[in-house]
Design a binder for this molecule. Structure first.
Ligand code: S3P
Length: 439
């Protein structure tokens, strides 16, 4: 099968994929369950929380501010003892957000309104290079004071807690992290806050804040206008976290492109603000069936069965991009196996993810023989192009690591993947699941 070393992973080509897999908990929902539990009154119990590096960063930051969060272990519920909307203690040291943009951006929103307290947030070298002005600037419209490198755009960031006032804010990008930061700041601001997005981003914050008791209204075309009225305190809840469709995406593409494959991915969150990947795979003619659809704690969930078959090229742009933004690296792999030229446009946000994912995928998949033309806002990929096993590198990006592993499955010849450990940011058991499903 495969041999893992700290530096590189050997991935054998050939074989197929069969069986059932349960992907780990949704990363976005896991962060929110921890954060909202922390600012609620009473206890929050989280079932199915993602036990990966990113949520661990959120939990560690919360503990540094006096929030009791039980140990995070796979398969065990996590308990958060809420401190209330204004109960964070000033931490005695810098808050380390690791690799996690969601941790840093949502915490900016939570901390900006904690008057007379001072917070410093930092992260790893990837996170310290990601733009934070997109959150700091709209928060400053509510009265926040946030300083950082390069005119406040980059961490380390210093937050000088202030009393905030409500505002009507048009966000510059369709980003759930920006939207959520503003909604969290709005909970303790004076007066209502309305956030208007250019296109709808994932709405887990809206759903979960409402379930915790916040006064929140969603309106406007395509649910892009969200208004929070402060005053209500949040109450601790039981949150059941569904499996992450962004992690399921690796198996969906692997199943669609690998001859003889038949995979069932169980317990996948199917929130419509996240299911763009299913629409594209359908456009490609992929054989995917949704089974056992149900509602789990306010989020739609189902099982997804995928079998191998011929694929056609796809074309994406505009409002669908925020609904599949994290799946574009693995869609690039799918495009290599699809007849025709697939085009991805309007995806300039990929340049400011954990890595510049357009450049990294063009470089790494290109090394395997993919025919990719890179644009400032996307790429065009010509298929069907047989991939060849090569020496490739995740460049520290979890989604790149797993996308390249999917590409390696159907390549001719073996692949060696440098820095495979990046997968642990969102899917710690990915390599074990891959070994188990191969046949
Ligand atoms: C996330 C939102 C998205 C996504 C990220 C998680 C969230 O980022 O790429 O992996 O949990 O809100 P943006 O808000 O930057 O689009």
């Amino acid at each position: 099968m495969s041999e893992q070393s700290s530096a590189t992973l050997h991935l054998n080509a050939g074989g197929s994929l069969q069986g059932h897999v349960r992907v780990p908990g949704d990363k976005s929902i896991s962060h929110r369950a921890l954060l909202f539990g922390a600012i609620a009154e009473g206890k929050t119990r989280i079932e199915g929380l993602l036990p990966a590096e990113d949520p661990l960063s959120t939990a560690a930051c919360l503990r540094s501010m006096g929030v009791e969060v039980s140990e995070i272990r796979a398969g065990e519920p996590v308990l958060v003892q809420g401190v209330g909307l204004d109960g964070f203690q000033e931490p005695g040291d810098v808050l380390d957000c690791g690799n996690s943009g969601t941790t840093m951006r949502l915490m900016l929103g939570l901390l900006a309104g904690r008057s007379e307290r001072h917070f410093v947030l930092t992260g790893d070298s990837s996170l310290r290079g990601r733009p934070m002005r997109r959150v700091a600037e709209p928060l400053s419209q509510m009265g926040a004071t946030i300083h950082g490198r390069k005119g406040g755009n980059f961490a380390p960031l210093a937050v000088l807690g202030q009393r905030l006032h409500g505002a009507t804010i048009h966000t510059p990008v369709a980003s759930a992290q920006v939207k959520s930061a503003l909604l969290l700041a709005a909970l303790t601001a004076e007066g209502a806050t309305t956030v208007i997005e250019p296109a709808q981003s994932r709405d887990h914050s809206e759903r979960m804040l409402r379930a915790f008791g916040a006064q929140l209204e969603v309106s406007g075309p395509e649910r892009t206008v969200v208004t929070v009225t402060p005053g209500a305190s949040l109450r601790g809840q039981t949150v059941v976290v569904p499996g992450d469709i962004s992690s399921a995406a690796f198996w969906l593409v692997a199943g669609a492109i690998t001859p003889g494959a038949d995979l069932t991915v169980e317990n996948v969150g199917l929130n419509p603000s996240r299911t763009g990947i299913l629409e594209v795979l359908e456009q490609m003619g992929a054989r995917i069936t949704v089974l056992n659809e149900r509602d789990v704690a306010g989020e739609p969930v189902g099982d997804l069965r995928v079998t191998h078959g011929p694929l056609k090229a796809f074309s994406i742009d505009g409002d669908i991009i925020p609904r599949l933004v994290d799946e574009i690296p693995v869609l690039a792999v799918a495009a290599c196996h699809a007849e025709g030229i697939s085009t991805i446009r309007g995806a300039e946000e990929l340049r400011v993810k954990e890595t510049d994912r357009l450049a990294v995928m063009a470089r790494q998949l290109g090394a395997m023989g993919a025919r990719i033309e890179e644009f400032e806002d996307g790429m065009a990929i010509t298929g069907v192009t047989p991939l060849k096993g090569s020496a490739v590198d995740s460049e520290t990006d979890h989604r790149v690591a797993m996308s390249l592993a999917v590409a390696a499955l159907s390549a001719t010849g073996d692949t060696s993947l440098a820095r495979p450990g990046a997968a642990a940011v969102s899917y710690p058991n990915f390599w074990d699941d891959l070994a188990r499903l191969r046949c």
